[in-house]
Design a protein around this ligand. Structure first.
Ligand code: SAH
Length: 220
């Protein structure tokens, strides 16, 4: 991989310190991983200098790469173990996938916009990340052939957890997603106990794009 300019390495270190640690992200694994993944390689060239700023950025098609803090908070809430398999819905440009891939055994990422799916694939290949399986289609249906997953993450909001995702969660697993409507959402972490019972914990108020359910998922 090409060497990165020192200014970007410094900006990334500052992001970890000022946006993540200062706000209470404390998992050493999450902090280390986000200190390593080159977020600037996931955004448009014209936005590279803004890649480590404290907010979301446009990635085209009306979608955004989430704010670094949101990525950290969702990832930390999944409490990943190295052997876990993660289902990720709405991988966009693939940044969140790359972070998850550094912390678990395999990521199964679904994206519904073909151009973003291609972009995620290109970005992950360029970085030599090989433990992400990508699928183009409607993620609300889950990935039944590979279920259940120890962790499920959706980066787009819905009024309720779609049944396909609920059913994808292993006993003892965690699911994190924004729940709400266009007026506002709450980031919610669901845990499914060993007995199958689901408990819910609200993390923070947030703003995400909607989880769109395709009447006919695009297939290629
Ligand atoms: N975490 C991503 C950004 C996610 S933005 C990143 O790091 O870039 C939310 C993404 O969810 C968008 O790319 C959008 O196209 C996708 N999306 C919305 N509804 C979806 C669905 N039903 N299935 C799969 N992807 C979906």
């Amino acid at each position: 991989m090409e060497r990165e300019p020192p200014s970007l390495a410094r900006a990334r270190a500052a992001m970890v310190r000022d946006q993540l640690e200062r706000r209470g992200i404390c998992s050493p694994a999450v902090l280390e991983c986000m200190g390593r993944v080159p977020r600037h390689l996931f955004v448009d060239e014209s936005l590279i200098q803004h890649a480590y700023q404290d907010g979301p950025l446009p990635i085209g098609h009306g979608q955004t790469i989430s704010q670094p803090y949101m990525v950290a908070l969702m990832t930390e809430a999944l409490d990943l173990k190295p052997e876990d398999r993660v289902l990720e819905i709405g991988c966009g440009c693939g940044y969140q996938s790359a972070v998850l891939a550094g912390l678990c055994s395999r990521v199964y990422a679904v994206e519904r916009v073909p151009q973003l799916f291609d972009r995620a694939r290109g970005n992950l290949m360029r970085l030599g990340i090989r433990n992400v399986s990508l699928r183009l289609g409607d993620g609300t249906l889950g990935w039944p052939d590979e279920a259940p997953f120890e962790a499920v993450l959706a980066a787009a909001y819905s009024r309720d957890v779609p049944e396909g995702l609920r059913n994808s969660l292993a006993f003892g697993g965690r699911l994190v997603m924004p729940v709400g409507d266009s007026e506002g959402q709450l980031l919610v972490s669901f845990s499914r106990g060993a007995d199958g019972k689901v408990s819910r914990r609200t993390l923070v108020a947030c703003r995400f794009v909607p989880l769109l359910r395709d009447p006919k998922p695009t297939a290629r």
